[in-house]
Design a protein around this ligand. Structure first.
Ligand code: NAD
Length: 296
């Protein structure tokens, strides 16, 4: 049993911390929200008075925070000064590649082991311990992180050096946004051409247009019974989250000099859907914007 500091106990962190408790670890929980810390206490963690109090003497540290600025501030201000030699530090938040690299480099300079390890999978996967982790950092740090991450997920993949986990995450989600929008366009056109959506699904899911957005998450109600389209697009994966990831992808593309014309279009369309009231809806709800039936 190891002592694990867990910082950031929101929608995702709450279930992840509970899975570390279930695995037998002594979890010390900290969040700026006293309510979140209380909930973690009810799920078997012990409450820490501050991030640095949680980290002092801990064998492992997990952070699950909103954005790059929170991660930089918590690592620089609290975790680095308090971390014991040999502790493994894991940031599972989705943040910009530059911040992930900066935190990774600062950790290396201090002789601390750090991985950026963002996740694929939402709140249900965080609760169920079925997340996919994509990790960036030195091989030795990855080997130390893997036993902890595997208690919270079904797959843990080493993507490369510092920042590579975040790079993999935003490239994957940019691709997801593009094939979701493409799938929506195809279904909307099929319907306008008089095709029954189920018939189009039966054909395209066995033809070359087949993709995950269609076969696992169909944006039209009916063909995939557990998809958010069957519950009026209750998330799932909210549009606001998809838009955040697309902005990170576009910033990274600009910094790297990469050409991502469809990613840019996807960002523009998700920003429009967000502005028109789709923010809290599942990202597959953009179907209604594309077929013209969205009323906010
Ligand atoms: P959330 O807003 O529910 O939780 C974030 C928590 O961090 C909050 O409880 C907040 O109080 C806490 N926090 C902020 N600043 C802090 C600080 N300085 N010290 C301590 N605690 C602090 O967000 P979430 O949905 O749990 O997402 C967390 C991260 O996971 C984000 O980066 C998000 O992009 C990523 N993510 C979310 C999902 C999802 O479906 N929700 C899926 C994949 C990845």
């Amino acid at each position: 049993m190891a002592a694990v500091a867990f910082i950031g106990l929101g929608n995702m962190g709450s279930g992840m911390a509970a899975n570390l408790v279930k695995a037998g670890h002594a979890v010390r929980a900290f969040d700026l929200s006293a309510e979140a810390v209380k909930r973690a206490g009810e799920r078997g963690a012990s409450a820490a008075a501050s991030a640095s109090a949680a980290v002092e003497g801990a064998d492992a540290v997990v952070t699950m925070l909103p954005a790059g600025r929170h991660v930089r501030a918590v690592y620089e201000g609290e975790i680095f000064p308090a971390a014991k030699a040999g502790a493994i530090l894991m940031d599972c938040s989705t943040i910009d590649v530059a911040s992930a690299r900066a935190v990774g480099e600062a950790a290396a300079q201090k002789g601390l082991d750090f991985v950026d390890a963002p996740v694929s999978g939402g709140v249900a996967a965080a609760e169920g311990g079925t997340l996919t982790f994509m990790a960036g950092g030195p091989e030795a740090a990855f080997r130390k992180a893997e036993p902890y991450l595997s208690k919270m997920g079904k797959a843990v993949i080493h993507a490369g050096e510092a920042g590579a986990g975040q790079a993999a995450k935003i490239c994957n989600n940019m691709l997801l946004a593009i094939h979701m929008i493409g799938t929506c366009e195809a279904f909307a056109l099929a319907q306008k051409l008089g095709l029954d959506p189920q018939k189009f699904f039966d054909i395209s899911s066995k033809a070359s247009g087949q993709n995950w957005s269609m076969t696992s998450y169909c944006p039209v109600p009916g063909p995939v019974p557990n998809a958010p389209s069957n519950r009026d697009y209750a998330p799932g994966f909210a549009t606001a989250m998809m838009l955040k990831d697309l902005k990170l992808a576009m910033d990274a593309a600009q910094a790297a000099g990469a050409s991502t014309p469809l990613g840019a279009q996807a960002e523009a369309l998700y920003a429009m859907f967000d502005n028109l009231g789709g923010r809290e809806r599942d990202f597959s709800g953009i179907y209604k914007l594309i077929d013209g039936s969205w009323r906010g």
